[in-house]
Ligand binder design. Sequence first.
Ligand SMILES: Nc1ncnc2c1ncn2[C@@H]1O[C@H](COP(=O)(O)OP(=O)(O)OP(=O)(O)O)[C@@H](O)[C@H]1O
Ligand SMILES: [Mg+2]
Length: 309
Amino acid sequence: MAVIETFGLSRNFGKTIAVEDVTLAVEAGEVLGFLGPNGAGKTTTIRMLAGMIAPTEGYAIVAGHRTDRDMEQLHEMVGMLTQTPGLYDRLSARRNLQYFASFYPSVESQSQVEKYLKLMGLWERRDSKAGTFSKGMKQRLALARALVHEPKVLFLDEPTAGLDPEAAGEVRQLIRTLREEGRTVFLSTHNLNEAEMLCSRIAVIHTRLLALDTPEQLRRRFFRRQIIVQLEASDAKVMEVVKSLPFVQEARGEGSQLILELTDLERNRPELVKAIVEAGGRVIGVSEKQYPLEDVYLKLIREESGNES
Ligand SMILES: Nc1ncnc2c1ncn2[C@@H]1O[C@H](COP(=O)(O)OP(=O)(O)OP(=O)(O)O)[C@@H](O)[C@H]1O
Ligand SMILES: [Mg+2]
């Protein structure tokens, strides 16, 4: 079941087209990675999905509500982390959360505030003013704010940007927990490794939606599957034998590695290894070549700018 659906979603700011004709669906319980260069329209899309700004064309339905019409109901269902935390510097961490929790009449604010201050590791600092917090602490407080009413859908706009590796890791762990709890997460990030670690599917936007698929399928779109056979040492005889196999379509050597394209990567693998061993090759390992998601992303973006000119 789709929890987020957009239909030709578009937004202009004067003459600037920020988002154009984006149609997509995010399933319940999915963590969707939302990628794109600076100025690609990620934040604008998120703001439309969370009901903060209206689209100029098209519309979106989130948790069953039109984001440009049913704002009240929508706010109960969604939580949002923006790129600027939007906290009250002069209020303590606890007062900040109490304030935001008070927007939701159905929320047991006392216990929820306590729960999230503890979960975010801010309990010890609950009475310190938010203005005295480091960037990472502010980010954790902002996350607590996004979660305090237990929303089903979360919009996280670059939640790990500017955090140290440990703090970023903690935020990622939290996102995994949200996923396990069955919440739907719309995650914008510039960190492709992070996207791959956390997301079932990845959307790439550059004003228009360029792609939306699993990382695996995105790779296949640009790269043919290749197998890497790691040998003990490079071996000309083995190479010759490998090249003569009927199911080997491409073969090249890189040091002690053979990089091969096979007719059927899974089914041909045992026969391949057998032939190498029979030819006297000593096989240390066999694996599929993994192209970094970054290579896929850059190809997508370059393909797009190529189309424009
Ligand atoms: N309030 C606004 N007024 C005018 N233009 C805006 C406004 N908000 C966004 N834009 C423009 O819309 C485009 C998309 O901006 P947006 O903030 O959505 O990009 P983004 O993908 O989030 O970028 P980043 O990775 O830098 O956060 C940009 O050209 C930006 O200048
Ligand atoms: Mg942004």
